[in-house]
Design a protein around this ligand. Structure first.
Ligand SMILES: Nc1ncnc2c1ncn2[C@@H]1O[C@H](COP(=O)(O)OP(=O)(O)O)[C@@H](O)[C@H]1O
Ligand SMILES: [Mg+2]
Length: 252
């Protein structure tokens, strides 16, 4: 589904990613782990197109997308959530998701948002139904009319997932979706991610909760200081010497 080839990213003199290669197979849950500052979010930014690479190439579904703009990649089927939640504060939960659904309508979001609030167009009703479907899917059907900041932290993260899904991505990039969640919320998120895969999506997941990663991932890539240090099944990665050292420090 996705191939990252010899990707490097420098910020000034600092190398955030160094000659990284990555292959993500369709239908898998592929986890990306590594200590803070390892370059995980930078890799997401490079894949989604918000940051240009210093060198290297990205191939998505057999097509080179290295130079293409973020919205174009979104239309091709790359969706994402953000480590720091990015919901629009002045829109309700439903409206936040509607923004994603609008991506597929001919009217586009502005014409619809400025349309008559008394008599919404057939298209807008359609978009509302679409948004409500995704809210239901992530378990937020009862929260549709609430403001994002009135939602619990875990709910905000699920709302971001609903918005990402509403753009009908094939590959979903989740940046620390379990951050700030309690064990029960994490368990529910786990179930949600599996259901997303059951719907034919592919997942690339950055996550610090090691129990969750080991439980859910088909394949794990470990990066440290911008370089891949290990890759394999959860069992292979868990017993890998370089990984243990990166996480616990040498000698432990
Ligand atoms: N836009 C930027 N400008 C300068 N340095 C950056 C930028 N984005 C990330 N970095 C640096 O790159 C390194 C990797 O960051 P990041 O990808 O966010 O790590 P991770 O997500 O693995 O914690 C960090 O040292 C960070 O400070
Ligand atoms: Mg990060």
């Amino acid at each position: 589904m996705l191939e990252v080839r010899s990707m490097s990213k420098n910020f000034g003199g600092f190398t955030a990613l160094n000659d990284l290669n990555l292959r993500i197979e369709k239908g898998q849950i592929h986890a990306l782990i590594g200590p803070n500052g390892a370059g995980k979010t930078t890799l997401f930014n490079l894949i989604s197109g918000s940051v240009p690479p210093s060198s290297g190439e990205i191939v998505f579904l057999g097509k080179k997308i290295t130079g293409s703009r973020p919205h174009k990649r979104a239309r091709l089927g790359i969706g994402r959530t953000f480590q720091n939640i990015r919901l629009i504060r002045t829109l309700t939960a439903r409206e936040n998701v509607m923004l994603g659904c609008h991506c597929w309508t001919k009217a586009g979001m502005w014409s619809s948002f400025f349309s008559s609030p008394i008599r919404p167009s057939a298209e807008e009703s359609e978009i509302r139904r679409c948004a409500d479907g995704y809210l239901e899917f992530v378990g937020l059907g009862h929260r549709a009319d609430m403001w994002p900041h009135a939602l619990a932290y875990g709910e905000q993260r699920r709302l971001e997932i609903a918005r990402a899904l509403s753009m009908e991505p094939k590959l979903v990039l989740l940046d620390e979706p379990a951050a700030g969640m309690n064990p029960q919320e994490t368990q529910e998120l786990n179930t949600l991610i599996r259901r997303i895969v059951d719907f034919g999506k592919t997942i690339l997941l950055i996550e610090h909760d090691m129990k969750m990663v080991m439980d859910i991932a088909d394949r794990i890539t470990v990066i440290n200081y911008g370089q891949k240090i290990a890759e394999g099944t959860p069992l292979e990665v868990r017993t890998n010497r370089a990984v243990i050292e990166a996480y616990l420090g040498e000698g432990e």
